[in-house]
Design a protein around this ligand. Structure first.
Ligand code: SAM
Length: 207
């Protein structure tokens, strides 16, 4: 079965994420900026890069190599057009099956990705990519009393994501990552205008 993301135009995804009651794009960009300033990576991989939300927060004097991965080729094309100034390598891949990056990076960022791509192959590959390097930074959506997993907005295509979406408990996530040898060095929650909230964890490998 084809991945439901492939049926979602970037304008629908970004329109949904900016819609009143959702308002998640800025919050995700702010968390990404916070992770960048904590980790100060020379090399960075962004899993599920979508349209490149937050790439304007990357300091080119610090980060010299950026790899973006997504399953949707048109999203990657948009990132390329939006950020010609960045040292970007963009890879179209299904993270459930592979993460075709050869050289490890100092920071892997995955925001709202494991909920869609699952933890099995995707998390193992993400951890392998920081091997001997440094940080895995992750944003998870927390359960909300007021809203279901995928909020209703005017963008009908987004509702097709519901079936493949699974909330992940930060405690469950932390135990799996810790068993893979990474330590949680920072965590925080971020409340959103629409009533949901995010959890960000920064994990480090080695000292
Ligand atoms: C919720 S969006 C990510 C938001 C983005 N990280 C941010 O901070 O704004 C999820 C992204 O993951 C991508 N994605 C979902 N499943 C995937 C998979 N199996 N392999 C690769 N990319 C996937 C989608 O195409 C989409 O761009």
């Amino acid at each position: 079965m084809s991945n439901p993301w492939l049926g979602i135009p970037l304008a629908d995804y970004e329109g949904h994420m900016r819609a009143p009651g959702v308002e998640q794009l800025n919050a995700l960009a702010d968390l990404f900026a916070e992770a960048l300033s904590f980790c100060r990576p020379e090399s960075l991989a962004i899993l599920g890069i979508a349209g490149g939300n937050g790439l304007d927060r990357v300091d080119g004097a610090v980060t010299r190599r950026i790899v973006g991965v997504d399953i949707h080729p048109e999203y990657l094309e948009a990132v390329r057009e939006r950020h010609p100034e960045l040292p970007l390598t963009l890879l179209c891949a299904d993270l459930q099956r592979e993460l075709p990056v050869q050289e490890p990076v100092q920071m892997v960022h995955a925001a709202l990705v494991f909920e869609h791509a699952g933890m099995d192959g995707c998390l193992r590959n993400a951890v392998d990519l920081v091997a001997g390097q440094r940080y895995l930074t992750v944003v998870l959506q927390l359960p909300s009393r007021s809203q279901a997993g995928v909020a209703p907005t005017g963008f009908a295509s987004i509702q097709n994501l519901k079936e493949n979406f699974r909330l992940i408990e930060p405690s469950e996530f932390c135990s799996v990552v810790s068993a893979m040898g990474l330590a949680l060095v920072r965590e925080r929650e971020c409340a959103l205008a629409g009533g949901k909230s995010f959890w960000m964890g920064i994990f480090r490998q080695g000292r």
